[in-house]
Design a protein around this ligand. Structure first.
Ligand code: SD4
Length: 331
């Protein structure tokens, strides 16, 4: 039986010959069918802190480890850092001065775990993973999530740092909820990875929009909004205004566009354009909104697109670890 590649080459020769006969085309002159070009392992994550998170994830991926372990380990580094004021320990509180965390995780087998509005625990991503692996459910919120975390041995502690507390006290003077694009919004670390065995996984974790209403949940813990992985197609994660990502089920849209044949880049662009159209239809001001997507497919090709300038992401593959800036819609 002839291989699919030989078949594709033969049909390409046949169609070229038909289109521009006589034409002497040799099989060796045709471009390789790029489905054979696989770039793995590879890991992508949002914003500047993605660089150090990628380094951490690479300690797993570089040794042939599982993408799921890599993404959990990578984002935990950022959750544990009190100087990162938008994720985990040290995250900015809600308007009542309470730090409430959102996170989710998804593996190569459609296993999912998610936690929302979780207080007093530094590593919501690991609570999400425990929900995925140890309960019959996929999502726990608030007190129930905290009870579960404590039952699993997670330490209950104060995660409001003096810096975040004094910022909140300053904010109370005006008490205006006005997220500033690309400033207060450097919130979420979303990470997606393809491991050496060809499996995809993703993780997403945040303290959400600073000074949000108590109980507000964004896109980051919602599978299909802040994160989606289909091991036959690709993975995507989002950052920015969660309300807009939920409205469009953003990362599910990105993955479904890849399933239809779009490159990761084109899929992110079309999903952002959808948000742009919907925002216009709703007569809302696009200038006040930022959403950025990053996406990765099974071949290790990646892409990104956002609404406005200012978003960046980190990518680590055989070429090393680097920051990249995506193209954007509002010019
Ligand atoms: C949220 N998507 O809670 C998060 C925030 C974020 O960049 O990613 N901001 O809506």
């Amino acid at each position: 039986m002839q291989s699919r590649r030989k078949f594709l080459k033969k049909s390409a020769i046949a169609s070229l010959a038909l289109a521009a006969s006589p034409l002497d085309v040799l099989a060796k002159d045709l471009p390789e069918n790029n489905s054979t070009v696989i770039n793995r392992p590879i890991v992508l994550s949002t914003w500047n802190f993605g660089l150090k998170a990628n380094e951490e994830a690479w300690t797993v991926l570089g040794k042939g480890g599982r993408a799921l372990d890599a993404v959990e380990k990578g984002v935990r580094l950022v959750e544990n850092d009190p100087n990162e004021r938008s994720v985990g320990y040290g995250g900015r509180p809600d308007r009542d001065g309470r730090v409430t965390l959102d996170a989710c995780i998804m593996d190569e087998n459609y296993n999912i775990g998610s936690v929302a509005c979780l207080e007093h625990i530094k590593n919501p991503i690991s609570v999400a993973r425990a929900i995925m692996e140890k309960t019959p459910h996929v999502m726990l919120v608030g007190d129930g999530a905290l009870q579960f975390a404590v039952s699993q041995g997670f330490k209950k502690e104060n995660i409001l740092t003096p810096e975040s507390e004094s910022e909140w006290k300053e904010w109370l003077k005006d008490s205006k909820y006005q997220p500033i694009v690309n400033i207060e919004n450097h919130d979420t670390i979303g990470m997606i990875a393809l491991d050496a065995n060809g499996n995809l996984s993703g993780a997403c974790t945040t303290s959400g929009m600073a000074f949000k209403m108590h109980g507000r949940v964004g896109d980051s813990p919602i599978i299909g909004a802040g994160l989606f992985v289909d091991n036959e197609v690709g993975a995507a994660t989002a950052t920015g205004h969660g309300e807009e990502v939920i409205r469009t089920v953003g990362t599910h849209l990105v993955v479904e566009l890849m399933r239809q044949g779009r490159s990761p880049q084109q899929a992110c662009k079309e999903a952002v354009e959808r948000i742009v159209q919907i925002t216009k239809r709703r007569n809302k001001n696009l200038k006040d909104i930022q959403v950025g997507f990053i996406a990765l497919n099974k071949k290790g090709e990646y892409g990104s697109f956002c609404i406005q300038d200012g978003f960046n992401f980190a990518v680590y593959d055989q070429k090393g670890n680097r920051l990249e800036k995506p193209d954007f819609a509002l010019k």
